[in-house]
Design a protein around this ligand. Structure first.
Ligand code: MIG
Length: 727
């Protein structure tokens, strides 16, 4: 196979270009160093109008990555496709979800990473068809293939690969710090009065909360950037009042724009040519919630510029965050696909059809949404005069919607962080917002899936991510929501959400005991924000994931295969309970760790657990937090919302081995000063001196709110020493 061009970003990162790829803007790094002739770790062969990547898999090889996708941490033995899909039923065999993230790491004797920079569908066969063969089909000759070669033959090689990849694709989006608070959503709280009740539910029950969401029913006829004043009278005042209670309202924005005469967004977009057109150059129309819609051509810079400014209609009223939905884009039906289906139904009328014809008939209705035919029937204009069929660039649609929003916010206020996350995404979208994992179900399987999805999303820079706590579809039991809330304590995006028609699942929607457990865990989350925020900001800079499988840190065979525990930042390991009625679980410890069962926030109740296998008793009230050797876990005071007041005391849990250091990163939590390297830093240190413990807490940069730092230092023998430092 002859590449048109090969490039080297470093000794271990190379790009192999075939043909003339579409510029997806996934990669932000440039280089003019010529690279090696061909990849070292896989082959690329031309087959007709396609390229096939192949690599033999050894029995022990594992495959990590694939972004937001089904399966365990190790993706070997599965098939995937990159095709942003509005699929609300995440059953195990699904090959694609809302995000298209073609980055993977093969881990074995010879570990390497692979990223395919391509805007359309790709087919991954990770040892599924043939057990010992990895095969990727690229249905084009125009593509950039990146190879990341490992050098150290260590578990941590994989971290280097993640960092190298992230260097290539740029720094992730940083939310405002209040985006680390607990968030409550539901499809839909019908009006302001109900939202007031929900807020009272949190405040009266002493459960911290920072945001409440407004799902599609806040709009007039689902028209983006409109507000139904019947349901939300005096909107601006109300938004302001809620802020005084520490609650920010987060409206949804859908991709489709309702076709309606007199609706400004539609009329303006139409007049300026900002919408996607069909083959004849006519407006492309398809139905979503608003009925027939036009679809902004987000690949066109002028459209993005215009769309981004539409958000101002709401930011002017005090709104500071949004979630972008239906941007795969989801298409319920087009006039063409609907009439085809109706024809099929009419043709069957009064006929005595056979069962196979019946199934065809059924399919003609069932397959009407998100059809490939519809996706093939419209076009984008990324550059003047340059027309590209949607199917070729499908995966870029949601990304560019979110990019438009992000760039629009910068025009509203150049120095302010807005909350933004999207349903659809591709590699590169992480620079503009986070993602949530879409329409999961209130199934225990999806609680485990949430855990297993986090690292893959993180590798692609989606640090601000999380799944709907409690599950979106189906009814949740109290126990499921309790265990899910426990897991989500660690997840930067911590949002509970439920679908229309399902049972309420706010923390206070169940019995008092369940509520009390959730209250304690949500409070714990607020205490952990300094840690999560510090680790987040470090991961933004270093290119690390917040969540790593144990296989990325420990070289032993056992650790490599752990599927249900994650490292969280540099200090912690998480091993949640994800089974109904379980009152404990098995945990594998690659090394000694400090176990803190958090039920009563008792900082004196931690115990040292030796390396090896353990069965831990974990009643519903308990979630284990493991602190690694020389790891520190700073815990601030709990508040009812993130910015409620300045905390005074910082507790620090420490598991002392050789000597522990921790850099706590802090900043104003709202400006973009971090982009210029401006942050506050509190350096914490605990060392074993000859005359006892030496603890120090020093503000090495800027300023931090805490006045008293209380160290809780545990040692190997389980002994605890407490020492305070004033700053
Ligand atoms: O077709 O806005 O994933 O979070 O509640 C469903 C209604 C549309 C899908 C989103 C979900 C949201 C729902 N939306």
């Amino acid at each position: 196979m002859q590449f048109t061009n090969t490039l080297s970003f470093s000794d271990s990162v190379h790009c192999f270009r075939s043909g003339q790829p579409f510029n997806t803007e996934a990669v932000v790094l440039t280089t003019d160093h010529a690279g090696p002739e061909s990849p070292r770790c896989f082959s690329v062969a031309e087959q007709g109008r396609e390229l096939i990547i192949r690599r033999d898999l050894k029995p022990g090889d594992q495959v990590f990555g694939m972004g937001q996708s089904m399966g365990g941490l190790n993706k070997r033995g599965r098939q995937f496709r990159t095709w942003c899909s509005d699929d609300p039923c995440h059953t195990p065999e699904k090959e694609s979800l809302y995000g298209a993230h073609p980055f993977l790491i093969v881990d074995g004797d010879d570990t390497f990473g692979l990223f395919i920079d391509f805007p359309g569908e790709l087919f991954f066969d990770l040892g599924y068809t043939t057990t010992d063969l990895l095969e990727i089909r690229i249905p084009s000759l125009d593509v950039d293939i990146y190879e990341f070669v490992a050098t150290d033959k260590k578990a941590t090689d994989k971290k280097t690969i993640v960092r190298d990849f992230r260097k290539l694709i740029g720094k992730p989006y940083v939310p405002p710090r209040w985006g680390f608070g607990y968030q409550q959503c539901r499809w839909s709280y019908p009006d302001a009065a109900r939202i007031d009740e929900i807020i009272a539910g949190f405040r009266d029950n002493d459960i911290p909360c920072d945001t409440v969401y407004m799902d599609i029913d806040y709009m007039v006829n689902f028209k983006d950037f409109s507000i139904d004043e019947q349901k939300f009278p005096r909107f601006e005042n109300w938004v302001q009042e809620k802020k005084e209670q520490g609650i920010r309202l987060i409206p949804i924005i859908d991709a489709g724009v309702r076709i309606e005469d007199g609706y400004k967004v539609y009329e303006e977009g139409l007049e300026k040519g900002y919408f996607c057109k069909d083959a004849q150059g006519e407006l492309f129309r398809a139905a979503v919630w608003p009925g027939l819609c036009a679809f902004p051509d987000f690949l066109k810079p002028e459209t993005r510029q215009w769309w981004g400014l539409q958000y101002q209609a709401l930011t002017d009223l005090g709104i500071e965050g949004f979630w972008n939905d239906m941007n795969e884009p989801a298409l319920f039906y087009s006039p063409a696909s609907l009439s085809k289906a109706i024809d099929a139904v009419s043709a069957a009328k009064d006929k005595n059809i056979g069962v196979y014809e019946f199934f065809d008939l059924k399919d003609s209705i069932m397959n009407i949404s998100n059809s490939r035919e519809d996706y093939r029937s419209f076009y984008h204009e990324p550059a003047p005069g340059g027309r590209v069929n949607h199917e070729q660039v499908h995966n870029l649609y949601g990304t560019n919607m979110t990019r438009a929003a992000y760039e629009g916010f910068a025009q509203v206020d150049a120095d302010k962080r807005f909350l933004m996350f999207s349903r659809a995404s591709s590699v590169g979208a992480h620079r503009y917002g986070g993602i949530w994992f879409g329409d999961n179900h209130s199934w225990w399987e999806h609680l485990k899936l949430n855990l297993q999805m986090l690292p893959g999303a993180n590798f692609c820079g989606f640090l601000y991510s999380g799944a709907d706590i409690g599950g979106f579809g189906a009814n949740a039991s109290a126990e499921l929501v309790v265990r899910w809330t426990q897991l989500a304590v660690f997840s930067p995006l911590m949002r509970n959400h439920a679908a229309m028609g399902t049972r309420d699942q706010e923390p206070f929607a169940f019995d008092g005991h369940s509520m009390a457990i959730m209250r304690e865990h949500i409070k714990l989350r607020y205490r952990m924000i300094p840690y999560l925020y510090s680790e987040y900001m470090k991961a933004v800079e270093s290119g690390d994931a917040l969540f790593y499988p144990l296989a990325f840190e420990y070289d032993d065979e056992r650790s490599k295969r752990v599927e249900d525990q994650l490292l969280v930042g540099r200090s912690l390991m998480n091993a949640p309970v994800y089974e109904q009625n379980a009152r404990g679980r098995h945990v594998f410890l690659p090394e000694d760790m400090l176990l803190w069962k958090v039920s009563r926030h008792d900082l004196m109740a931690a115990t040292v657990i030796k390396a090896g296998d353990h069965y831990l008793e974990l009643p519903l009230e308990e979630m284990p937090v493991f602190i690694r050797k020389d790891g520190m876990l700073p815990l601030t005071e709990t508040t009812s919302w993130v910015d409620e007041r300045q905390p005074e005391t910082l507790d620090v849990m420490v598991y002392l081995d050789q000597g522990a250091r921790y850099e706590l990163i802090y900043d104003d939590g709202i400006s973009k000063a971090w982009e210029k390297g401006v942050s506050d830093c509190l350096s914490l240190s605990v060392q074993q001196g000859s005359a006892g413990l030496k603890v120090s807490a020093e503000v090495t940069k800027g300023q931090v709110p805490w006045k008293t730092i209380v160290f809780h230092v545990y040692r190997h023998d389980g002994s605890l020493i407490r020492q305070s430092v004033q700053i």
